[in-house]
Design a protein around this ligand. Structure first.
Ligand SMILES: Nc1ncnc2c1ncn2[C@@H]1O[C@H](COP(=O)(O)OP(=O)(O)OP(=O)(O)O)[C@@H](O)[C@H]1O
Length: 256
């Protein structure tokens, strides 16, 4: 059984010229699997990520997550289930108070989701920082005083604090330098191997999907136009858009 099954999701943003952000989209993610979501700007990747995370309500569609009717959950049942699905954004600092500290950001997740008694938090936080490769001397630093790559490690530690089954990463490594990005992607793969967490990994960069995504779905104008195992998709693209995304991967076109 899949960890996540989303069927027929649609979302139109109203306005003088309504935009179909999502048009009858279905995805599934198995436990421990990474589904990549790739596509040009405005194709609906973030909308799909936000609908799956229940940050934006869909107009139509169903989502089953961990055996539950995810869109129907309310109150305490929703709060409990939310711990199981975490989200990491492009700029995690934006979501926090400017003076928020590394340990404060992680403690907040422990408190909201009632993960552990307060007395155990320092030990939990230390273990989480170690898991994401951050030195203990960063514990009390402000998020604004550490690097972008370190902030993304903190965001991952905060997500992992909840022992999630699924983490949605929306352009989570896009703002980082290539070398930092590569190390964060390595970390994500290592964490997945250790914990069995699944990822919905959103990026406009198909090259990254080769490193992390077991399967990739290609979006265009609110629809998924192609989906398959990432390496198959790159070896035998079925659509013009996928061919264009492949053409944009420089290392595939190097002259030997
Ligand atoms: N809150 C909103 N109100 C109105 N229109 C929106 C809203 N959010 C998204 N849209 C529109 O829906 C479409 C899909 O946007 P979305 O942000 O999901 O695309 P994306 O693929 O994530 O793009 P990007 O890579 O630029 O983030 C776009 O046309 C966008 O302008």
């Amino acid at each position: 059984m899949n960890l996540l099954n989303a069927q027929g999701l649609s979302k139109t943003f109203p306005g003088p010229r309504p935009v179909k952000g999502l048009d009858n989209v279905s995805i599934s993610i198995a436990a421990g699997e990474t589904l990549g979501l790739v596509g040009p700007s405005g194709s609906g990747k973030s909308t799909l990520a936000r609908v799956v995370a229940r940050l934006t309500p869909p107009d139509q569609g169903e989502i089953r997550f961990a055996g539950q009717d995810w869109l129907a959950l309310k109150g305490a049942a929703l709060r409990r289930a939310r711990a199981g699905m975490q989200m990491v954004f492009q700029d995690p600092a934006a979501a926090f108070h400017p003076r928020a500290t590394v340990d404060g950001a992680i403690a907040e997740a422990l408190r909201i989701h009632r993960i552990a008694p307060r007395a155990d938090w320092p030990e939990r936080i230390a273990a989480l920082l170690e898991q994401v490769g951050l030195p203990p001397d960063l514990t009390h630093r402000r998020l604004t005083e550490i690097s972008g790559g370190q902030r993304q490690r903190v965001a991952l530690a905060r997500a992992l604090a909840c022992a999630p089954k699924l983490i949605i990463l929306d352009e989570a490594v896009s703002a980082l330098d290539a070398s930092v990005r590569a190390r964060i992607v390595e970390l994500l793969v290592r964490v997945q191997n250790q914990t069995g967490v699944a990822y919905l990994f959103v990026s406009h960069d198909l090259a990254l999907m080769r490193q992390i995504a077991h399967r990739t779905a290609v979006m265009e104008a609110g629809r998924i136009i192609e989906t398959g195992p990432t390496l198959d998709l790159i070896a035998a693209p079925q659509t013009e858009l996928t061919r264009r995304l492949i053409a944009a991967i420089p290392e595939l076109h190097k002259v030997p």
